[in-house]
Design a binder for this molecule. Structure first.
Ligand code: ATP
Ligand code: MG
Length: 562
């Protein structure tokens, strides 16, 4: 690759970083952070941010911190702190010894606020939250200055200290930055820096009753951690002047962090708001945060997605400056692509139809060799039992089949994968006319599914031996929402009205006996059906397989090759 083509393939954040390195900014160091708020489980949008932050650090020999943005004591939880770490690790990233909490900086952030007050750049305001917002003005009209704006520094220091000591009730005072009530950027109109909250914090307990606002905590936490490139989503673009203004007030080093915004990931057929995901969990539309239909990392893990496929997806979608919606099919494609190469194939019948092979010896079972993954010989082979009575899928038989139906029909011959050619000789029905079983004959010379004399069969079916097959609970998951944009609901309804009523169907499947010991999280392709993953609650006594994703029928190709 020439220098030129290399440059072209950089995304805009890489370009900024490379320029900063060339200019020796921050000693040419690259230090990023991933800053989740522990108020929910991580989702696929977070995965994009994780891949970006940890990925850039790795690419430029830098570091990436994990920082819990836990400045809001109300909705945060230890359960979330734990799940977030587990999910980042599973995705394949490592913050090493750099796990931080914004709450660890409360003392420092307080000291920075004192600096701000001493510089005459902040004041303690007695307006209520409602009054403050009523006086903020509009983007075209300047706001009204607070009557407390020119309170003397000493008084501000005294009141702020007493706020910290817990002398006042919530809402009585708020510390505000003194910037510009006429700024066209509303965020610059004397934003709040600290407010009183008499709430216990999950880490600092009752030590604090004043809490820093997000804008104050975020940029200064970056500064404390010596972050060089602070990547965040586009909605923070309008906060950037404030980010820089706050830094200007307290910074006394050459080093300086820089905020860069990128487009958040939106996926079709997917909800990504944590508030809405929480609603799905709390109102039991799904079975917890890790329900395989959730777009959470833990949900995808349980569903059978791999970290590699998610990383590859993040890579493929790239980094944009403008909001867009990515087709969920692209994510599904990444999963298929990865699993196709990696997982063992096996045969399972989910909707069984019994076939008795009349000319096969009664009581005999033979072991036939099956290939574990035709894409990868090194994955070897396995033996599967074959006998006189087998199951095929109901859908693979038609009594009055049209010509183009290349599966089983009366008088027609098909190949049983890795086994034999069979011909349907008889359809057996009950008194109501329902098909109960088929009768067939097999050609012993076609062992292994190979044609003995060059004669061709069009169809190749999967099957299991009825006696040896093991039963398993099969959970057929599908997309959780019916609409491309689940947010758009009918008048008076919300996004839950778009839930797909068939997003989960539980059935019993018949599997190759070799799957008896399949361990939770192990993954398989059920030939011609899809990819499946053993559920975390699966046991030897009660096997549970989750459908990860359906398969595009790839058998047409196989037939052509033979
Ligand atoms: P909240 O509304 O609760 O703040 P959030 O989605 O911003 O939700 P955070 O925990 O604050 O959640 O996000 C952590 C990081 O992940 C942030 O840097 C945020 O910008 C990034 N992030 C969140 N959602 C997405 C998304 N859909 N695409 C890309 N990055 C995202
Ligand atoms: Mg956020």
């Amino acid at each position: 690759m020439t220098e030129n083509t290399k440059k072209k393939s950089l995304h805009f954040i890489q370009s900024i970083i490379e320029e900063d390195i060339r200019n020796n900014k921050n000693n040419s160091k690259v230090h990023t952070r991933f800053p989740p708020e522990p108020n929910g489980y991580l989702h696929i949008g977070h995965a994009k941010s994780i891949c970006l932050n940890f990925g850039l650090a790795k690419q430029y020999n830098g570091l990436c911190n994990l920082r819990f943005d836990d400045t809001n004591p109300v909705k945060e939880d230890v359960e979330y702190v734990d799940s977030i770490q587990e999910d980042i690790k599973w995705l394949g990233f490592d913050w090493e010894d750099r796990k931080y909490f914004a709450s660890d900086y409360f003392e420092k952030l307080y000291e920075f606020a004192i600096i701000l007050i001493k510089k005459g750049k902040a004041y303690v305001c007695e307006m209520s939250a409602d009054e403050i917002s009523a006086n903020r003005g509009t983007p075209t009209q300047p706001g009204k200055k607070s009557p407390w704006r020119n309170r003397p520094v000493e008084e501000n220091l005294n009141l702020f200290e007493r706020m910290r000591k817990g002398e006042f009730e919530e809402g009585k005072y708020v510390l505000r930055a003194k910037i510009d009530m006429a700024s066209p950027n509303m965020h610059m109109r004397d934003p709040a820096v600290y407010r009183i909250r008499n709430i216990e914090h999950h880490r600092t307990g009752n030590k604090w009753c004043i809490y820093p606002m997000y804008d104050w905590a975020h940029g200064l936490s970056d500064y404390i951690e010596k972050i060089t490139h602070s990547l965040c989503t586009l909605e923070f673009e309008v906060h950037r002047p404030l980010y820089d203004w706050f830094l200007d007030q307290v910074i006394d080093t050459e080093y300086r962090p820089r905020q860069i915004e990128f487009a958040r990931l939106n996926l079709s057929f997917t909800i990504m708001s944590k508030r809405k995901l929480l609603k799905l969990v709390e109102e039991k539309y799904v079975d917890g945060w890790d329900d395989p239909r959730m777009p959470t990392i833990s949900g995808y893990r349980r569903r059978g997605y791999t970290p590699e496929s998610i990383r590859k997806f993040a890579d493929k979608i790239g980094v944009a400056k403008r909001d867009n919606v990515i087709d969920v099919a692209l994510l599904e494609h990444s999963i298929r692509e990865d699993l196709n190469k990696k997982v063992k194939r096996t045969m399972a019948v989910l909707n069984p139809l019994k076939i008795v092979i009349d000319n096969y010896p009664e009581g005999q079972t033979e072991e036939l060799e099956a290939i574990n993954n035709p894409e990868d010989e090194s994955m070897g082979t396995r033996m599967i039992p074959f006998s006189k009575t087998i199951y095929i899928e109901k859908e693979d038989f038609m009594e009055n089949a049209p010509k183009k139906f290349f599966r089983l029909a009366p008088g027609r011959e098909v190949r049983l994968r890795y086994a034999y050619f069979i011909t349907c000789t008889k359809v057996v029905k009950d008194e109501n006319g329902n098909i109960t079983e088929l009768r067939a004959s097999y050609d012993p010379a076609s062992k292994g599914g190979k044609s003995p004399d060059g004669r061709k069969v069009k169809g190749t079916l999967h099957w299991v031996s009825a006696h040896e097959a093991i039963k398993a609970e099969i959970r057929l998951y599908d997309r959780l929402f019916l609409n491309e944009n689940p947010e758009v609901a009918e008048e008076g309804k919300d996004f839950t009205s778009n839930i797909n009523p068939h997003s989960l169907e539980k059935i019993t499947g018949y599997l190759e006996p070799g799957l008896q010991n399949a361990q939770p999280e192990s993954k398989y392709q059920f030939e011609r059906i899809g990819y499946f993953c053993v559920d975390k609650d699966s046991t030897k006594e009660h096997l549970i397989f989750n459908r990860t994703i359906t398969l595009r029928d790839s058998w047409a190709k196989i037939d052509k090759k033979k």
